[in-house]
Write a protein that binds this ligand. Structure first.
Ligand code: NAD
Length: 266
Protein backbone atom coordinates (compact mmCIF):
# COMPACT_ATOMS: atom_id res chain seq x y z
CA UNK A 1 0.00 0.00 0.00
CA UNK A 2 1.39 3.44 -0.98
CA UNK A 3 1.46 5.47 2.25
CA UNK A 4 1.26 8.84 0.44
CA UNK A 5 -1.90 7.75 -1.35
CA UNK A 6 -3.35 6.46 1.93
CA UNK A 7 -2.74 9.82 3.65
CA UNK A 8 -4.15 11.73 0.68
CA UNK A 9 -7.30 9.59 0.83
CA UNK A 10 -7.74 9.89 4.61
CA UNK A 11 -7.26 13.69 4.59
CA UNK A 12 -9.55 14.19 1.57
CA UNK A 13 -12.29 12.14 3.25
CA UNK A 14 -11.91 14.05 6.55
CA UNK A 15 -12.36 17.39 4.76
CA UNK A 16 -15.14 16.26 2.43
CA UNK A 17 -18.72 17.45 2.89
CA UNK A 18 -20.09 15.19 0.16
CA UNK A 19 -18.79 11.83 -0.93
CA UNK A 20 -19.76 9.59 -3.83
CA UNK A 21 -18.90 5.90 -3.67
CA UNK A 22 -18.93 4.48 -7.18
CA UNK A 23 -18.89 0.69 -7.19
CA UNK A 24 -18.49 -2.12 -9.69
CA UNK A 25 -18.50 -5.90 -9.68
CA UNK A 26 -15.28 -6.05 -7.58
CA UNK A 27 -17.00 -4.89 -4.39
CA UNK A 28 -19.26 -7.96 -4.51
CA UNK A 29 -16.49 -10.45 -5.34
CA UNK A 30 -15.98 -11.17 -1.62
CA UNK A 31 -19.72 -11.89 -1.36
CA UNK A 32 -19.19 -14.76 -3.81
CA UNK A 33 -20.39 -13.00 -6.98
CA UNK A 34 -17.73 -13.38 -9.68
CA UNK A 35 -16.73 -10.38 -11.77
CA UNK A 36 -17.43 -11.34 -15.39
CA UNK A 37 -14.14 -10.02 -16.73
CA UNK A 38 -12.06 -11.87 -14.12
CA UNK A 39 -14.18 -15.04 -14.20
CA UNK A 40 -12.47 -17.59 -16.39
CA UNK A 41 -13.65 -16.97 -19.93
CA UNK A 42 -17.22 -16.02 -18.98
CA UNK A 43 -17.73 -13.83 -22.04
CA UNK A 44 -16.01 -16.47 -24.23
CA UNK A 45 -18.55 -19.04 -23.05
CA UNK A 46 -21.44 -16.62 -23.36
CA UNK A 47 -20.62 -14.04 -26.08
CA UNK A 48 -22.27 -10.75 -25.03
CA UNK A 49 -23.87 -10.18 -28.45
CA UNK A 50 -25.81 -13.46 -27.98
CA UNK A 51 -26.42 -13.38 -24.23
CA UNK A 52 -26.14 -9.81 -22.96
CA UNK A 53 -28.50 -7.94 -25.29
CA UNK A 54 -32.28 -8.43 -25.22
CA UNK A 55 -32.44 -9.20 -28.97
CA UNK A 56 -29.53 -11.63 -28.70
CA UNK A 57 -31.12 -13.40 -25.73
CA UNK A 58 -34.54 -13.70 -27.40
CA UNK A 59 -32.93 -15.16 -30.54
CA UNK A 60 -30.51 -17.46 -28.68
CA UNK A 61 -33.24 -18.90 -26.46
CA UNK A 62 -34.92 -20.34 -29.58
CA UNK A 63 -31.78 -22.10 -30.82
CA UNK A 64 -29.89 -22.87 -27.58
CA UNK A 65 -32.40 -22.85 -24.72
CA UNK A 66 -30.16 -24.89 -22.40
CA UNK A 67 -27.25 -22.46 -22.88
CA UNK A 68 -29.49 -19.49 -22.09
CA UNK A 69 -30.70 -21.29 -18.96
CA UNK A 70 -27.05 -21.90 -17.98
CA UNK A 71 -26.22 -18.24 -18.56
CA UNK A 72 -29.14 -17.07 -16.42
CA UNK A 73 -28.18 -19.59 -13.73
CA UNK A 74 -24.60 -18.27 -13.71
CA UNK A 75 -25.94 -14.77 -13.18
CA UNK A 76 -28.72 -15.32 -10.65
CA UNK A 77 -27.49 -18.13 -8.42
CA UNK A 78 -24.52 -16.26 -6.87
CA UNK A 79 -26.78 -13.22 -6.34
CA UNK A 80 -29.46 -15.42 -4.72
CA UNK A 81 -26.88 -16.76 -2.24
CA UNK A 82 -25.02 -13.51 -1.55
CA UNK A 83 -24.88 -11.37 1.57
CA UNK A 84 -23.29 -7.93 1.98
CA UNK A 85 -19.59 -8.09 2.90
CA UNK A 86 -17.32 -5.88 5.01
CA UNK A 87 -16.94 -3.41 2.10
CA UNK A 88 -20.69 -2.82 1.69
CA UNK A 89 -21.07 -2.47 5.47
CA UNK A 90 -18.17 0.01 5.78
CA UNK A 91 -19.90 2.28 3.26
CA UNK A 92 -23.02 2.28 5.45
CA UNK A 93 -20.87 3.37 8.42
CA UNK A 94 -19.44 6.19 6.32
CA UNK A 95 -22.97 7.36 5.48
CA UNK A 96 -23.47 7.97 9.20
CA UNK A 97 -20.52 10.43 9.23
CA UNK A 98 -20.75 12.31 5.92
CA UNK A 99 -23.35 12.92 3.21
CA UNK A 100 -22.76 9.96 0.89
CA UNK A 101 -24.32 8.87 -2.37
CA UNK A 102 -23.64 5.32 -3.52
CA UNK A 103 -23.70 4.90 -7.29
CA UNK A 104 -23.42 1.27 -8.27
CA UNK A 105 -23.10 -0.51 -11.58
CA UNK A 106 -24.02 -3.74 -9.82
CA UNK A 107 -27.37 -5.44 -10.18
CA UNK A 108 -27.06 -7.60 -7.06
CA UNK A 109 -28.96 -5.38 -4.60
CA UNK A 110 -26.21 -5.81 -1.96
CA UNK A 111 -25.85 -2.09 -1.13
CA UNK A 112 -29.57 -2.00 -0.42
CA UNK A 113 -29.37 -5.18 1.67
CA UNK A 114 -26.47 -3.62 3.61
CA UNK A 115 -28.61 -0.57 4.42
CA UNK A 116 -27.35 2.14 2.04
CA UNK A 117 -30.14 4.65 1.61
CA UNK A 118 -28.97 7.23 -0.91
CA UNK A 119 -28.38 4.73 -3.68
CA UNK A 120 -28.45 4.99 -7.46
CA UNK A 121 -28.41 1.62 -9.26
CA UNK A 122 -27.45 2.83 -12.74
CA UNK A 123 -27.67 -0.65 -14.31
CA UNK A 124 -30.86 -1.61 -12.45
CA UNK A 125 -31.45 -4.54 -10.11
CA UNK A 126 -31.86 -8.25 -10.68
CA UNK A 127 -34.25 -8.28 -7.72
CA UNK A 128 -36.83 -6.17 -9.54
CA UNK A 129 -39.23 -6.84 -12.41
CA UNK A 130 -40.53 -3.80 -14.29
CA UNK A 131 -43.19 -3.11 -16.89
CA UNK A 132 -41.14 -1.84 -19.83
CA UNK A 133 -44.02 0.20 -21.27
CA UNK A 134 -44.67 2.20 -18.07
CA UNK A 135 -41.40 1.76 -16.19
CA UNK A 136 -43.47 0.73 -13.13
CA UNK A 137 -42.18 -1.85 -10.66
CA UNK A 138 -44.19 -5.09 -11.07
CA UNK A 139 -42.46 -7.21 -8.42
CA UNK A 140 -39.58 -7.07 -6.00
CA UNK A 141 -37.90 -10.42 -5.37
CA UNK A 142 -36.36 -11.64 -2.16
CA UNK A 143 -33.14 -13.63 -2.57
CA UNK A 144 -35.12 -16.81 -1.70
CA UNK A 145 -37.35 -16.17 -4.74
CA UNK A 146 -34.24 -16.04 -6.96
CA UNK A 147 -33.05 -19.28 -5.37
CA UNK A 148 -36.34 -20.98 -6.31
CA UNK A 149 -35.88 -19.78 -9.93
CA UNK A 150 -32.29 -21.09 -9.85
CA UNK A 151 -33.57 -24.48 -8.61
CA UNK A 152 -36.00 -24.70 -11.57
CA UNK A 153 -33.17 -23.83 -13.97
CA UNK A 154 -30.91 -26.52 -12.43
CA UNK A 155 -33.57 -29.15 -13.08
CA UNK A 156 -33.85 -27.97 -16.68
CA UNK A 157 -30.10 -27.71 -17.44
CA UNK A 158 -29.49 -31.18 -15.97
CA UNK A 159 -32.25 -32.39 -18.35
CA UNK A 160 -34.43 -33.66 -15.53
CA UNK A 161 -37.18 -31.35 -16.64
CA UNK A 162 -38.79 -30.38 -19.96
CA UNK A 163 -39.08 -26.79 -21.22
CA UNK A 164 -42.86 -26.97 -20.67
CA UNK A 165 -42.46 -27.94 -17.00
CA UNK A 166 -39.83 -25.24 -16.56
CA UNK A 167 -42.19 -22.58 -17.93
CA UNK A 168 -45.05 -23.79 -15.73
CA UNK A 169 -42.87 -23.67 -12.62
CA UNK A 170 -41.33 -20.33 -13.52
CA UNK A 171 -44.80 -18.86 -13.93
CA UNK A 172 -45.35 -19.39 -10.22
CA UNK A 173 -42.23 -17.36 -9.37
CA UNK A 174 -42.10 -14.75 -12.10
CA UNK A 175 -44.90 -12.37 -13.16
CA UNK A 176 -44.85 -13.35 -16.85
CA UNK A 177 -46.48 -11.20 -19.44
CA UNK A 178 -46.60 -13.06 -22.75
CA UNK A 179 -46.30 -9.78 -24.69
CA UNK A 180 -42.83 -9.51 -23.16
CA UNK A 181 -43.53 -6.30 -21.26
CA UNK A 182 -42.36 -7.59 -17.88
CA UNK A 183 -38.61 -7.81 -17.66
CA UNK A 184 -35.93 -8.05 -15.03
CA UNK A 185 -34.92 -4.46 -14.29
CA UNK A 186 -31.42 -4.80 -15.68
CA UNK A 187 -29.59 -2.76 -18.28
CA UNK A 188 -28.06 -4.98 -20.94
CA UNK A 189 -25.55 -3.93 -23.63
CA UNK A 190 -27.15 -1.47 -26.02
CA UNK A 191 -29.86 -0.36 -23.55
CA UNK A 192 -30.16 3.22 -22.36
CA UNK A 193 -29.65 3.87 -18.64
CA UNK A 194 -32.72 4.64 -16.48
CA UNK A 195 -33.02 8.39 -17.01
CA UNK A 196 -34.00 9.64 -13.55
CA UNK A 197 -31.40 7.45 -11.84
CA UNK A 198 -28.65 8.54 -14.23
CA UNK A 199 -29.54 12.23 -13.78
CA UNK A 200 -29.32 11.92 -9.98
CA UNK A 201 -26.01 10.07 -10.29
CA UNK A 202 -24.53 12.79 -12.53
CA UNK A 203 -25.72 15.52 -10.14
CA UNK A 204 -24.16 13.78 -7.13
CA UNK A 205 -20.88 13.39 -9.01
CA UNK A 206 -20.48 17.08 -9.86
CA UNK A 207 -21.41 18.09 -6.29
CA UNK A 208 -19.06 15.74 -4.42
CA UNK A 209 -15.68 16.58 -2.89
CA UNK A 210 -14.42 12.99 -3.02
CA UNK A 211 -15.33 10.13 -5.34
CA UNK A 212 -14.26 6.69 -4.15
CA UNK A 213 -14.19 4.27 -7.08
CA UNK A 214 -14.30 0.67 -5.84
CA UNK A 215 -13.87 -2.56 -7.80
CA UNK A 216 -14.53 -1.40 -11.32
CA UNK A 217 -12.42 -1.78 -14.45
CA UNK A 218 -13.97 1.39 -15.91
CA UNK A 219 -14.72 -0.39 -19.16
CA UNK A 220 -18.50 0.01 -19.29
CA UNK A 221 -19.72 3.37 -20.59
CA UNK A 222 -21.38 5.73 -19.87
CA UNK A 223 -21.00 4.75 -16.17
CA UNK A 224 -17.20 4.81 -16.53
CA UNK A 225 -17.37 8.57 -17.24
CA UNK A 226 -18.42 9.33 -13.67
CA UNK A 227 -14.96 9.37 -12.03
CA UNK A 228 -13.65 11.52 -14.92
CA UNK A 229 -16.59 13.92 -14.46
CA UNK A 230 -15.97 14.15 -10.70
CA UNK A 231 -12.31 14.95 -11.30
CA UNK A 232 -13.18 17.59 -13.90
CA UNK A 233 -15.54 19.18 -11.36
CA UNK A 234 -12.71 19.43 -8.80
CA UNK A 235 -13.21 16.31 -6.66
CA UNK A 236 -10.44 14.05 -5.39
CA UNK A 237 -10.80 10.63 -7.02
CA UNK A 238 -9.58 7.64 -4.99
CA UNK A 239 -9.52 4.14 -6.47
CA UNK A 240 -9.67 0.87 -4.52
CA UNK A 241 -8.80 -2.21 -6.58
CA UNK A 242 -6.29 -5.09 -6.42
CA UNK A 243 -5.16 -4.15 -9.96
CA UNK A 244 -3.01 -1.05 -10.62
CA UNK A 245 -4.86 2.17 -11.38
CA UNK A 246 -3.73 5.71 -12.23
CA UNK A 247 -3.85 8.50 -9.65
CA UNK A 248 -4.64 7.96 -5.97
CA UNK A 249 -4.81 4.14 -5.99
CA UNK A 250 -5.29 2.10 -2.82
CA UNK A 251 -4.23 -1.44 -3.62
CA UNK A 252 -6.26 -4.31 -2.23
CA UNK A 253 -9.64 -5.93 -1.76
CA UNK A 254 -12.63 -3.74 -0.98
CA UNK A 255 -13.55 -5.84 2.06
CA UNK A 256 -10.22 -5.01 3.71
CA UNK A 257 -9.31 -1.56 2.38
CA UNK A 258 -12.72 0.13 2.82
CA UNK A 259 -13.17 -0.70 6.54
CA UNK A 260 -9.56 0.41 7.30
CA UNK A 261 -9.94 3.63 5.32
CA UNK A 262 -13.23 4.57 6.94
CA UNK A 263 -11.80 3.73 10.37
CA UNK A 264 -8.78 6.01 9.79
CA UNK A 265 -10.80 8.85 8.23
CA UNK A 266 -13.54 9.18 10.89
P1 NAD B 1 -15.32 -5.61 -14.11
O1 NAD B 1 -15.52 -7.09 -14.02
O2 NAD B 1 -15.03 -5.02 -15.43
O3 NAD B 1 -14.13 -5.18 -13.13
C1 NAD B 1 -14.07 -5.65 -11.81
C2 NAD B 1 -12.96 -4.93 -11.08
O4 NAD B 1 -13.01 -5.36 -9.73
C3 NAD B 1 -11.56 -5.27 -11.63
O5 NAD B 1 -10.85 -4.07 -11.78
C4 NAD B 1 -10.98 -6.16 -10.54
O6 NAD B 1 -9.58 -6.01 -10.41
C5 NAD B 1 -11.69 -5.62 -9.31
N1 NAD B 1 -11.79 -6.53 -8.17
C6 NAD B 1 -11.80 -7.89 -8.15
N2 NAD B 1 -11.91 -8.33 -6.88
C7 NAD B 1 -11.98 -7.23 -6.09
C8 NAD B 1 -12.11 -7.04 -4.69
N3 NAD B 1 -12.19 -8.06 -3.84
N4 NAD B 1 -12.14 -5.76 -4.21
C9 NAD B 1 -12.05 -4.70 -5.06
N5 NAD B 1 -11.94 -4.83 -6.40
C10 NAD B 1 -11.90 -6.08 -6.90
O7 NAD B 1 -16.61 -4.97 -13.42
P2 NAD B 1 -17.32 -3.59 -13.73
O8 NAD B 1 -16.33 -2.52 -13.96
O9 NAD B 1 -18.31 -3.45 -12.64
O10 NAD B 1 -18.07 -3.82 -15.13
C11 NAD B 1 -18.79 -5.02 -15.45
C12 NAD B 1 -20.29 -4.84 -15.70
O11 NAD B 1 -20.99 -6.07 -15.36
C13 NAD B 1 -20.90 -3.80 -14.81
O12 NAD B 1 -22.06 -3.29 -15.33
C14 NAD B 1 -21.21 -4.63 -13.58
O13 NAD B 1 -22.05 -4.05 -12.68
C15 NAD B 1 -21.78 -5.92 -14.19
N6 NAD B 1 -21.59 -7.03 -13.23
C16 NAD B 1 -22.25 -6.93 -12.05
C17 NAD B 1 -22.07 -7.89 -11.08
C18 NAD B 1 -22.83 -7.71 -9.77
O14 NAD B 1 -23.94 -7.16 -9.79
N7 NAD B 1 -22.24 -8.12 -8.66
C19 NAD B 1 -21.19 -8.97 -11.30
C20 NAD B 1 -20.55 -9.06 -12.55
C21 NAD B 1 -20.74 -8.06 -13.52
Amino acid sequence: MDIDNWLTAVLALRKAKRVVVFTGAGISAESGIPTFRDADGFWQRFPPELYATWNGLLTTVLTKPHSVAEFVLNVIEPVAKAEPNAGHLAIVRMEQRVKTTVITQNIDGLHQSAGSTELQEVHGSLLEVVDTSTGQLVKRFERDDLMRIADCLHQYTSRQQSAETLLLELQQQYPFDWMGRHRPNVVLFGDGLPEAVWTKACEAVVECDVLLSVGTSGAVYPAAMLPENAKAAGATVITIDPKPRHGCWLEGDAGTVLPDLIHDAY
